[in-house]
Design a protein around this ligand. Structure first.
Ligand code: GUN
Ligand code: FE
Length: 417
């Protein structure tokens, strides 16, 4: 048993940030016992890790990112989605047929995620089975938890990376067998997006999702040209989501990235099925895809969390993604002629922490019984910190803190930075 001492910041509900100044976050065997302003008498002998004037907050969940795109971070933002994929992305991902290269890149990526305070992920790999297993191994080694998917794509991509339908199926089975050695990193089925998968492959994936009770992640309604293409490929489907639904892939705990152009009917389908939206504001602006109607989705009861979408997004740190989501919501407000409300700092923080954590089975904020996922932020280098309230310091950290301010990271009850 031990206690972290400092200013504890907790976001149990959307829009609510609870602050316990000079408080104690009491931990049992890696699990949270509670937050206390004073340590109760019965815990008086507990080992205290004293973080002094620093901020202790929940660590982040990145609900959508592409590991093999890490080497192209900040590059090639001059094209819209479909051209961007063809010109840069598929070629970058093709390099992961080389296992040595994959191991080097993925160990750097895993470290970078931890250093930025991301401890839970829902991640795309590439089509390559061995590199995907290496990625899962690197994440598990540094102490990150979550889901990783070997990508399926058997059409409309690039010869350097495309699989045959048969190979896509057999490699998926080989990958699933290989995943059994992992404890904290689990497999998630990952058809890249509708255009890159044949109906035969989608149908097969839907079958094993059902048989093996596996989760699914993909992309939905990100870009208008992509949506036109999906309509041409599946004229029997009225909307994009139905191309997944037709094959049993649009279900509870499916994660759909982007959802920029989802109309009311598509949003209702997500709500009814329990599909989660991974909102990736930085990517949506970099690729000029559009701005997702997040305020509307939240008001309608759709599950939403945040993703960096590296390398469509150029920011791997989730604090940058959170402030980006707030900015994007304000652009949406301007576009709506001030009809739509924006996201508050507290709501943005909730989306980057608790909203994603629920996908992994966690409760509200620092919930009793949950394994500890936390960061310690030293904001003393940000000018004038000593003159601000803790709430003001938290607010400013959302906009200004960098990985260099993240002094410690706890994941699954273990200190990993
Ligand atoms: N749609 C299909 N593949 C991708 C990808 O790699 N990134 C993004 N942003 N959208 C996609
Ligand atoms: Fe993506």
């Amino acid at each position: 048993m031990y206690a972290l001492k400092g200013h504890i910041i907790n976001a149990p509900r959307p829009g609510t940030v609870e602050i316990t100044e000079n408080g104690y976050l009491l931990i049992g065997d890696g699990d949270i016992i509670g937050i206390y302003p004073e340590l109760p008498e019965k815990y008086s002998g507990t080992h205290i890790i004293d973080y002094g004037d620093k901020l202790i907050m929940q660590s982040f969940c990145d609900m959508h990112l592409h590991a093999p795109q890490y080497p192209m971070l900040g590059l090639g933002m001059d094209l819209p989605l479909l051209e961007w994929l063809k010109t840069y992305t598929f070629k970058t991902e093709a390099n992961f047929s080389d296992n040595e290269y994959a191991k080097t890149v993925y160990s750097q990526l895993a470290r970078e995620l931890v250093d930025n305070g991301t401890t839970r992920v829902c991640m795309f790999s590439s089509v390559h089975t061995d590199a995907t297993l290496l990625l899962m191994n690197e994440l598990e080694r540094v102490g990150i938890i979550g889901y990783v998917g070997k990508v399926n794509m058997d059409q409309n991509s690039d010869p350097c990376i495309e699989e045959t339908t048969e190979a896509s199926k057999s490699e998926t089975l080989r990958w699933l067998n290989g995943c059994e050695v992992f404890g904290k990193i689990k497999p998630i089925l990952t058809p890249r997006f509708t255009p890159s998968c044949s109906p035969e492959l989608l149908s097969w994936l839907g079958g094993i999702a059902r048989e093996r009770n596996l989760r699914v992640q993909s992309h939905l309604s990100e870009n208008l040209s992509e949506m036109d293409w999906v309509r041409q490929l599946h004229p029997d489907c009225e909307q994009y989501w139905e191309t997944y639904d037709k094959y049993g892939l649009f279900k509870e705990n499916t994660v759909m990235a982007h959802c920029v152009h989802c109309d009311e009917r598509e949003r209702k389908a997500m709500k009814d099925r329990g599909v989660m939206v991974a909102h990736c504001p930085d990517s949506n602006i970099n690729l000029a895809s559009g701005i997702a109607p997040i305020r509307r989705m939240l008001d309608e009861g759709v599950k939403v969390a945040l993703g960096s979408d590296i390398a469509g997004g150029a920011q791997i740190g989730m604090l940058d993604v959170i402030s980006g989501a707030i900015r994007a919501s304000k652009m949406k407000r301007i576009q709506s002629e001030w009809q739509l409300d924006f996201l508050s700092v507290a709501e943005g923080f909730y989306l980057g922490t608790t909203a994603g954590a629920k996908y992994f089975g966690f409760g509200d904020g620092f919930a009793t019984g949950d394994m500890l996922h936390a960061i310690v932020v030293d904001d003393s280098s940000l000018c004038g910190s000593n003159k601000l309230s803790v709430r003001e310091r938290f607010e400013r950290c959302v906009y200004l803190a960098k990985k260099s301010n993240i002094e410690a990271v706890y994941s699954d009850g273990i200190k990993i930075k």
